[in-house]
Design a protein around this ligand. Structure first.
Ligand code: ZN
Length: 257
C-alpha cells in the first residue's frame, strides 16, 4: 500500500534534526509520497531543498494568508523566483482566512490573486487555505478560471456538501485532514463520502491537528494512515483501493512520477 500526504509542513524550525526519523516513520507505514508546503519564503525554500534530496517529496511555495501582513519586502520575489526555477510542484499555500484576521482582508485578497495568477502563468497547481471564507474563495477561483486553466486544491476541506459540489464543478480537488476523523465530525465525514473518488486527497497538515486516536500530539505524515482508514471505512471502500486512488490523484495533481 502506498499513501500520499498531500499537505504537510516539515520545516526545520518545527522538526529540526528529527526530520530523518519523521520521514522514516512515514515510509515504514507506506506513506512514501509527500507534498511539503511553504507558508513563507524561508520554509518554501527549505521545502524545495528537501524535495531535491528526498525521493517521493515535492514542494509548494507561497505565503500563507495569515502571514501576508508580516511578509518582508523581498518575499514575493523569492517565491516567484522559486516557482519559476522549476524546483517546486505547486504554488501555495495561499487563500483567505476570515477567522484569524491577523492580516487585513484586502491584503489577503491581493496576495491570493497574485498566487492564482502565478500558478496560471506557470501551469502549476495552487494549494488553497480557506477558513470561514469559502464563498469568497470559490468566487476568486471562479474568476481566475475565467481567465484560463487553473488546477486548485482546497486543502483541509471543512465545507458543506453544496460547497464541495461547487468546488468540484470548478475543477478543484478536495483535501481531507485529521479533523475528518474526530468523533464530532460526522457531518464532514458525510461530505467526504459524496466527493467523487478521483477528486479526493488526504493530508495531515503536519504539525497541526493530529487525527484520532492521536489528538493533541504533534502531527506527522505517518499519521495520514488514520485518515485514510477512517475515510475508506466511511465510504465503504477497501483501504488498498482508497489508498491507490488518492495516491494516483495526488501524483496527477502535483505532476509526480
Ligand atoms: Zn497548511
Amino acid at each position: 500500500m502506498e499513501l500520499y500526504d498531500s499537505h504537510c509542513h516539515l520545516d526545520p524550525m518545527r522538526f529540526g534534526a528529527e526530520l530523518p526519523d519523521v520521514l522514516a516513520r512515514a515510509r515504514a507505514v507506506g506513506v512514501t509520497r509527500l507534498t511539503v508546503i511553504g507558508t513563507r519564503a524561508a520554509d518554501s525554500e527549505a521545502a524545495a531543498e528537501l524535495a531535491a534530496r528526498e525521493a517521493g517529496v515535492v514542494a509548494a511555495a507561497g505565503v500563507h494568508p495569515n502571514d501576508v501582513a508580516e511578509a518582508e519586502p523581498d518575499e514575493w520575489d523569492r517565491i516567484v523566483r522559486l516557482v519559476e526555477s522549476g524546483r517546486v510542484a505547486a504554488v501555495g499555500e495561499t487563500g483567505l482566512d476570515w477567522y484569524r484576521t491577523t492580516s487585513p482582508p484586502d491584503l489577503q485578497r491581493e496576495w491570493f490573486d497574485r498566487h492564482l495568477r502565478l500558478a496560471q502563468r506557470t501551469s502549476l497547481p495552487v494549494v488553497i487555505h480557506t477558513r470561514e471564507s469559502i464563498r469568497d474563495t470559490l468566487g476568486a477561483i471562479r474568476e481566475a478560471a475565467r481567465r484560463g486553466p487553473l488546477r486548485a486544491v482546497l486543502h483541509s476541506f471543512t465545507g458543506t456538501a453544496e460547497e464541495a459540489e461547487e468546488a468540484i464543478e470548478l475543477g478543484c480537488h478536495l483535501g481531507f485532514a485529521g479533523m475528518v476523523t474526530f468523533r464530532s465530525s460526522s457531518a464532514l465525514r458525510e461530505v467526504a463520502t459524496r466527493v467523487p473518488l478521483d477528486r479526493l486527497l488526504i493530508e495531515t497538515d503536519s504539525p497541526f491537528l493530529s487525527p484520532e486516536p492521536l489528538r493533541g500530539k504533534r502531527n506527522e505524515p505517518a499519521n495520514v494512515v488514520h485518515t485514510a482508514r477512517c475515510l475508506a471505512l466511511a465510504r465503504g471502500e477497501p483501504l488498498e483501493a482508497f489508498a491507490a486512488a488518492t495516491t494516483a490523484n495526488a501524483k496527477r495533481v502535483f505532476g509526480a512520477e
